[in-house]
Design a protein around this ligand. Structure first.
Ligand code: AMP
Ligand code: MG
Length: 328
């Protein structure tokens, strides 16, 4: 029997449960997302939502995978970075499950999991990851035993910028996919700040400028188009620079914004021009999901990582390069 892991994700708006085997076959990957009716995500409300959703999701995942929870070999959970109340809720669920089943528990770094699931389900071997999600925006690659952050946002995540802009314009959450649709009908490139500082990017100036243009009457189509063109060009530039610096011929996309077809097109074009290859996992594995936590936890376990319950305290500011990567 191949080893089986169950992973619980819950760093922010999404609580997810995935079950994966040691060949990275995804047997189940179910989730539930908080969608605030007004305003942004409130950490405590999101945590309450996760607390109610997590047990039914565990049952649903086991049903879909057609396994008994007793068949599991490892229980993994997202240990950080993320919102404290959400992290503590899923950590508590994972501890309860692991202790009940008498199985090892592994806390997983969420950003590392985005990269590992991409390596697991695509042909990418040692890629530069462009990780673009709601709260995070980082360019990550493996170097000297760790996943190192080569560039990142200096303020808000790209997804956050898209969602906030959409919200201020009266659109529901999540705004990213809605803006992608508007952008298809845009044809005027409006002037927005292009903020690349060395290997880092910043998005709050763009958000302010785009909202000001909206007040002056710019169309949603042109604004969505311009935001995408400028923001994605910034991301493509820093990703290319990391690839050049590392002499790396693989780029992997991850995070919810990686579902965006225009971003895929721009990064894909850059890769083609460099003779490099681009890899994009299926959409359900790009967004926050339990399968990526299960898969990373399983590899950590196979790489010899063991954690006592005392080691499973959550870390809201868990840095990608804090993790000693012993499994590759
Ligand atoms: P994550 O935080 O990784 O779960 O991803 C959620 C984020 O991805 C939200 O900010 C969404 O607005 C964003 N997102 C999802 N689909 C798209 C898309 N097609 N284009 C742009 N952003 C997207
Ligand atoms: Mg994420």
């Amino acid at each position: 029997m191949p080893l089986l892991a169950l992973g619980i994700e819950g760093t922010a708006h999404t609580v997810g449960v995935g079950i994966v085997d040691e060949t990275c076959r995804v047997l189940a990957n179910v989730y539930d997302m908080v969608k605030p009716e007004k305003g942004g995500i409130h950490p405590r409300e999101a945590a309450n939502h996760h607390a109610e959703a997590v047990v039914p999701l565990i049952r649903k995942a086991a049903d879909l995978a057609a396994i008994d929870l007793g068949d599991l070999d490892v229980v993994a959970f997202s240990q950080g970075p993320g919102l404290g109340p959400c992290l503590r809720t899923v950590a508590t669920a994972a501890r309860a499950l692991a202790l009940t089943l008498h199985r090892p528990i592994i806390g997983v770094n969420h950003c590392v999991a985005h990269l590992e699931i991409g390596r697991g389900v695509t042909a990418a071997k040692d890629p530069v990851l462009l990780y673009v999600s709601g709260g995070n925006t980082q360019v990550i690659a493996f170097a000297r035993g760790r996943y190192r952050v080569f560039g990142e946002t200096l303020d808000i995540g790209i997804g956050n910028m898209l969602d906030k802009f959409a919200r201020e314009c009266g659109l529901p959450f999540p705004g990213g996919p809605i803006l992608e649709k508007f952008a298809r009908d845009g044809n005027r490139l409006l002037t927005l700040p292009y903020s690349v500082k060395g290997m880092d990017v910043a998005f709050s100036g763009m958000l302010t400028a785009a909202l000001a243009l909206r007040k002056q009457g710019a169309s949603m189509e042109d604004l969505a188009f311009s935001i995408q063109e400028v923001a994605f060009a910034m991301l493509t530039e820093v990703t290319e620079r990391a690839m050049a610096h590392l002499d790396n011929g693989e780029v992997l996309l991850g995070g919810g914004v990686a579902r965006n077809k225009r971003l895929q097109e721009m990064v894909g074009r850059m890769a083609l021009d460099r003779g490099a290859a681009m890899f994009v996992p299926p959409g359900d594995l790009c967004i926050d999901n339990g399968a990526m936590i299960a898969w990373t936890g399983l590899q950590m376990y196979r790489g010899g990582v063991r954690m006592a319950v005392a080691d499973t305290i959550v870390n809201q500011r868990y840095r990608t390069d804090e993790v000693a990567v012993t499994w590759r």
